[in-house]
Design a protein around this ligand. Structure first.
Ligand code: ATP
Length: 379
């Protein structure tokens, strides 16, 4: 072997030795790290065990403030800002989640699964509702109006810009219960591929006492996050009644919620891709502030269906039913004066039930007549 090749081998050998030492070092470091992780986990487990032994306080999350802080409300109604232990999955700490707090450290030590009855649905989100205009009986002129005022600005904002006018901001649907107001709002969402965010004003006023204003703000934020979106505020009268002089805590809270809603509406660019629709059965008691230009400045009446519309609605809700050939829709619609769309839907279900009880395969005129009589008694 030459001197040269000898020295190359030596260098290679040194190099390999160095690499080996490096690897050994890395291995050692990993081992230490692993041990230290194990130790941390053990300590945490111990900590959790001790924390759980101490009496716990039940509370509800009202807001996630940042990575480490959560606003919670205790059973007596006070709101506190607390932290949470490392075993808690932060993602579970959403408004409404029920949690246990350690009495001493006042940090969240456990998140409980949702309790079905405790879960009042103040907000409902559908990515794209499957209701379309075909599912609505009657209401032809209302559909045209809603297409112009909500659908068009969402689909073609440029038309309004070109002409230089602002499309209506909020639409108020007013009419008796069960006449299809929600259906209309859902159909627009479907047609515009929009996310449908429904708020039931009366429910969130009751459930989120002291939180109504924040809730309204969050809903608007949610709508802006993923557009297009339709915000549908049902029973808006629950927060939008004319103000009285009495100032109980509850009324002040409702008023604050309304003010937040007005602020959101005022700060809202109607040429964006969020449509706002509200509904009420009590338009007569609404605060005028809500109806000013730039707020809910367009009202669409959604009345009880007339005879022709009742026939349409009955046809829609019997589409999937096995009907007797003799069924006379004209007669049925003539005898259902005063019933709403929701009542007519219930009539169809009830008629089907009569047929089932009598072990028949088809639903007859007689079944419908009995169902209508029953419904009329209820109304
Ligand atoms: P509320 O004021 O009580 O919230 P609403 O006016 O929003 O009532 P919807 O929720 O739209 O009423 O209607 C309830 C159900 O009644 C609907 O799911 C639908 O099945 C039926 N319905 C109501 N109106 C119509 C209609 N015009 N055409 C077809 N179905 C209807």
């Amino acid at each position: 072997m030459t001197n040269d090749s000898n020295s190359t081998l030596k260098t290679e050998n040194n190099e390999l030795n160095r690499k080996f030492r490096d690897l050994e070092k890395d291995h050692l470091l990993l081992k230490i790290e692993n041990e230290s992780q194990k130790y941390k986990i053990k300590k945490l487990k111990e900590e959790i065990r001790t924390l759980k032994k101490i009496p716990q306080i039940l509370a509800t999350v009202v807001d996630r403030l940042d990575e480490e802080k959560v606003a919670i409300r205790g059973t007596v109604g006070h709101t506190l800002i607390v932290g949470f232990t490392e075993n808690i999955d932060g993602k579970l700490l959403i408004p409404g989640a029920r949690v246990a707090l350690n009495e001493h450290t006042m940090s969240i030590v456990e998140v409980y699964p949702d309790e079905k009855d405790a879960e009042v649905k103040a907000m409902e989100i559908e990515e794209k509702p499957d209701t379309d205009y075909e599912d609505i009986g009657g209401l032809e002129s209302q559909i045209i109006e809603i297409k112009e005022t909500v659908e068009l600005p969402l689909k073609h904002p440029e038309i309004f810009e070109e002409i230089g006018i602002d499309p209506p901001k909020g639409i108020l649907l007013k009419g008796p219960p069960g006449t299809g107001k929600t259906l209309l709002a859902k159909a627009v969402a479907n047609e515009t591929n929009a996310r449908f965010i429904k708020l039931v004003a009366s429910e969130f006023v009751n459930k989120f006492l002291g939180e109504g204003a924040r809730y309204v703000r969050e809903v608007f934020e949610l709508a802006r996050e993923k557009t297009p979106a339709i915000i549908f505020i049902d029973e808006i009268d629950a927060i939008g009644t004319r103000r009285t002089e009495s100032h109980t805590g509850g009324e002040r809270e409702v008023h604050r919620t309304l003010m937040q809603l007005l602020a959101e509406l005022d700060g809202f660019d109607q040429r964006g891709d969020v449509g706002i629709i509200a509904a009420t059965n009590r338009a007569d008691i609404l605060d005028e502030a809500l109806l000013r230009p730039g707020r809910f400045d367009r009202t669409i009446e959604v009345p009880l269906p007339n005879e022709e519309s009742r026939k349409d609605i009955l046809k829609i809700h019997t589409k999937r039913m096995k009907l007797d050939k003799e069924l006379d829709f004209d007669k049925l619609s003539a005898s259902t004066e005063g019933l709403s769309g929701a009542d007519l839907k219930a009539v169809c279900t009830e008629a089907g039930m009569f047929a089932i009880r009598n072990s028949r395969k088809k639903v007859t005129q007689e079944d419908f007549i009995k169902a209508i009589e029953k419904m009329m008694e209820l109304n």
